[in-house]
Design a binder for this molecule. Structure first.
Ligand SMILES: Cc1cc2nc3c(=O)[nH]c(=O)nc-3n(C[C@H](O)[C@H](O)[C@H](O)COP(=O)(O)O)c2cc1C
Length: 187
């Protein structure tokens, strides 16, 4: 069964709560989920896993610097060794901006997917047949809004949004199971 490393950055724990919901999805398939703060996760953690999932709040329209620090300091070592190639990668995020689209969630998710593609990973999207997709999903991955889009009143991550995170985790684990041990990318 697959081993999925979930690395998140957070200031106020909303993204951590999402990471834990995603882990429940991994575990629902019989897989193992390792959930780590971006400051604690290492290159060895990634090498030991079949899949890497990155989660970040939107900060000024892009990922939190703490997840970028993890990418630059820990993921780059795998890039040098080709050690990420053929593993599975996926992303999720949280945000708050005014209006339906939020302020930069797509750019944030795409930036993180770009980093995983750089490592040669097989990327897992969020398909639109996911239950409640319209309430917390984008094709790039799930996201949770933690302030009202009209008033900026603080919100907790909703049960619906947590459910989408869990569904994403289950999908990632199933893809990792299918991909594990396959020599997909030949030199
Ligand atoms: C420094 C900073 C910048 C932020 N910039 C944005 C932004 O550009 N767009 C947005 O939608 N939310 C923005 N937010 C709101 C956070 O994305 C949102 O509150 C976040 O999901 C909280 O996650 P956390 O509890 O895991 O830290 C910003 C928050 C902070 C602290």
């Amino acid at each position: 069964m697959s081993k999925v490393l979930i690395v998140y950055a957070t200031d106020y724990d909303h993204t951590k709560v999402c990471a834990e919901a995603l882990a429940r999805g991994v575990e629902s398939t019989g897989g193992t989920a390792i959930v780590k703060d971006a400051g604690d996760a290492t290159g060895e953690d990634i090498e030991a896993a079949d899949a890497l999932v990155l989660g970040s709040p939107v900060h000024m329209g892009s990922p939190d610097w703490k997840i970028k620090q993890f990418i630059d300091q820990q993921c780059s070592g795998l890039w040098m060794k080709n050690a990420g190639i053929g593993k599975v990668g996926a992303v999720f995020g949280t945000g708050s901006g005014f209006g339906s689209a939020g302020g930069g969630i797509e750019l944030t998710l795409l930036a993180l997917l770009n980093n995983l593609a750089e490592l040669g990973m097989v990327l897992v999207p969020l398909p639109k047949n996911t239950e409640n997709y319209a309430d917390g999903g984008l094709q790039w991955g799930p996201y949770a809004r933690v302030h009202s889009k009209d008033t900026m009143e603080p919100l907790e991550v909703s049960e619906v949004q947590l459910g989408i995170m869990t569904a994403h985790g289950a999908n990632i684990a199933r893809v990792a199971d299918a991909v594990a041990g396959q020599a997909l990318f030949k030199p």
